[in-house]
Design a protein around this ligand. Structure first.
Ligand code: ADP
Length: 229
């Protein structure tokens, strides 16, 4: 049995709003194997983003543990969690969150420079990734000069720039028309398959979800496997 690259173990998360406690995750268990692509399909407000933020070490669970590549993160300092997140995890959001004053190439170089690569190395890899995402002719464009689909492909290239083990995506095609969503997903799928990283992708798009290796949902705070389509 291959070792999971990402595990959630009995994760609890609740939000306190005035006198009310909103339980979002309760004893949530989840495991992602290397190279696996998993769809997270659940109605709005059920906790998909919360789960992804916890899995991506952006948010602390109230209880339970997140294990990244065998490393338990429960007792780690914030600095160490940030280090693991930068090395092992890539994130794609519904909105691209690219830095507006930088070009596509510079946006993809940025995480690599932060990780300590030289500008020449970062530039070369960013160029390769953008070419792979069929954005070669657009590398010098700023986000505002790119279409929604192009912006998302740059965001995907940026998320995988440091060759993470895990890609977490929160409705990565949610803001795009169906045709554009289709080809952005194809680009995402190609890069995930090509690089062998594992991905957990929240989506409302049933058609795209059905193309992944398995589908999970959230029910009463737990992660539940959906039957194969
Ligand atoms: P989804 O991604 O499935 O739409 P979220 O994880 O964003 O769901 O949110 C799950 C629930 O938790 C929602 O009801 C939301 O209003 C609530 N929630 C999310 N973040 C917070 C927060 N920081 N404080 C209070 N409630 C929150």
């Amino acid at each position: 049995m291959p070792t999971s690259v990402l595990e959630l173990k009995s994760v609890d998360r609740h939000y306190v709003q005035g006198p009310n406690t909103l339980t979002i995750l309760k004893n949530a268990d989840f495991s992602l194997l290397p190279g696996e692509m998993v769809a997270l399909v659940a109605p709005s407000g059920t906790g998909k983003s919360t789960l992804l933020h916890i899995a991506g070490l952006l948010e602390h669970p109230d209880d339970g543990d997140v294990v990244v590549n065998g490393q338990s993160c429960a007792g780690l300092s914030d600095d160490r969690r940030t280090e693991i997140r930068r090395k092992e995890i890539g994130f794609v959001y519904q909105f691209h969150h690219l830095l507006p004053e930088f070009t596509a190439l510079e946006n993809v170089m940025m995480p690599q420079l932060i990780a300590g690569l030289s500008p020449a190395e970062a530039r070369e890899r960013a160029g390769q990734l953008l070419a792979y995402m069929k954005l070669g002719p657009r590398v010098e464009h700023r986000p505002s000069e790119l279409s929604g689909g192009e912006q998302q492909r740059v965001a995907i290239a940026r998320a995988v720039a440091n060759a993470p083990l895990v890609l977490l995506a929160d409705e990565p095609t949610g803001n795009l028309d169906p045709e554009t969503a289709g080809y952005v997903f194809e680009a995402l799928e190609a890069i995930v398959r090509h690089s062998g990283l594992a991905a957990l992708i929240a989506t409302h798009n049933e058609e795209l979800a059905a193309r992944m290796d398995r589908r999970v949902t959230l029910s009463e705070g737990r992660v539940v496997e959906l039957p194969k389509k």
